[in-house]
Design a protein around this ligand. Sequence first.
Ligand code: FES
Length: 196
Amino acid sequence: MTPNDTQPTQAATIDAVDAAAETASGTCCGCGGADGGAGGGGMAFDNAPLDAILERYRGYEGGLIPVLQETQETYGYLPQPAIARIAKAMRRPAAQVYGVATFYAQFHLKPRGKHIIRVCLGTACHVRGGERILEQLSSALGVRPGETTGDLQFTLERVACIGACGLAPTIMVDDDTHGRLTPASAVKVVEGYREA
Ligand code: FES
């Protein structure tokens, strides 16, 4: 170690912990793969943006939630290798980080679509055909509620009242509310958001 190496970076620290953990146990933390492995879909995981986030919160005791938030903002979701790296960097069991990530609805462990479609199934929308709209959108997009299309354009979700009952049945696409829909017009609305 040279004199300039006396202040290791967070990334170097994490890598050292990685190596030590692998040497000591040879077992996986439950992340489904090592850092640098698949982040979903077999693609390599780029540690650099995450390491920059971890460096900013280094030594901050209550940093887990903001680290998870910024990680999700950066990657669009919380990739498995990111969860494992956060756990190692923050000296916490991976299960604990997973526990927090799965407890809060704001966090997503799978990639999300560019556009989030929320179909309202509150009482007013339900009695005016919300379920049929959900079924039609599900069929048109080829995904079930909670899933994302293979091209990552759309995530389909069901929600309770979105506060526009006078327009029932309604859906939201991102921050836009669309009301007085039929199943066919809902599909048309959604297709308007499709990007080439
Ligand atoms: S029930 Fe759908 S907007 Fe209120």
